[in-house]
Design a protein around this ligand. Sequence first.
Ligand SMILES: Nc1ncnc2c1ncn2[C@@H]1O[C@H](COP(=O)(O)OP(=O)(O)OP(=O)(O)O)[C@@H](O)[C@H]1O
Length: 311
Amino acid sequence: MTTRISEQPAVAEPVPDTAAPDTADSPAAEERPAPPPAQDESAPERAGGSEPVGDAVFEIEDIAVHYGAFTAVKGISMRVPRNRVTAFIGPSGCGKSTLLRCLNRMNDLMDATVTGRLIYNGEDLYAPEVDAVEVRRRIGMVFQRPNPFPQSIYDNVAFGPRLNGFGGDLDRLVEESLTRVGLWNEVKDKLGDSGLALSGGQQQRLCIARAVAVEPDVLLMDEPCSALDPIATLKIEDLIQELKSTYSIVIVTHNMQQAARVSDMTAFFSVNIDDEKGMRTGELIEFDRTERIFNNPSSRRTEDYISGRFG
Ligand SMILES: Nc1ncnc2c1ncn2[C@@H]1O[C@H](COP(=O)(O)OP(=O)(O)OP(=O)(O)O)[C@@H](O)[C@H]1O
């Protein structure tokens, strides 16, 4: 049974690196051929809008996000399936990261107003009694740039559990978390070394280990490979495939091949330009199985974007 977030004790969450610059995805990663899309018959069909989806971790209902007078996205309705990888793709500025940040109330930390309804495990994520800090523990986030704390590898992973008052075997939890992300063998003899001394790819896996150490329900990833080389990117993509048996994952990516490789469902967003008001507002164009989005999209706008006719 799902624990209600409004019943959870308050804990703190790792500090995000929201100032990370955009970097292009690795060209070599782009060149790797996409594997045949998964034929997962249990994946929901047509999960956008009001269409039913088997088991949704998030039900997004007519969400809009405003930064002051500027409306960044509006009219977003979709149901994000549990224990699947859902990719957000679309041109720069269409609001992918903005929507992602709604899913763990990270937008609360910015000057953003969220309207509409966002249901997480059957509960209104924005209800007054919901503790936003607890939300960010249960819904972890990984950022573009690896952002380990300037502490030891061990302490990076132990940080969240310690804050939560974890009373179990911390050494074991650290080992399990690092094993989960395929980092244990690489770091087991230098757990006291700084997390900042690791390579970029190792740092990103350390950040994922830090996120999973507090046993979240959902992992949000905002272009997690954009600062990594092709080998490190491949490791993170493999890791995402492994983690989805335990977590629901939502990933923002500029890399369409990456979306095709790692995700079960893909949401394509675009920008609606109102020249009269000078407004550029993001909107959801299509949300469907990844296979369908890439092979047989319903919308011409999706097709144009996928085929590179519009960027
Ligand atoms: N903190 C903020 N304050 C004001 N405006 C913002 C803020 N964050 C994003 N925006 C604006 O909201 C719109 C959507 O931005 P967002 O970063 O969500 O898009 P995106 O699709 O993730 O873009 P990209 O692919 O370039 O990262 C943009 O016009 C952006 O300038």
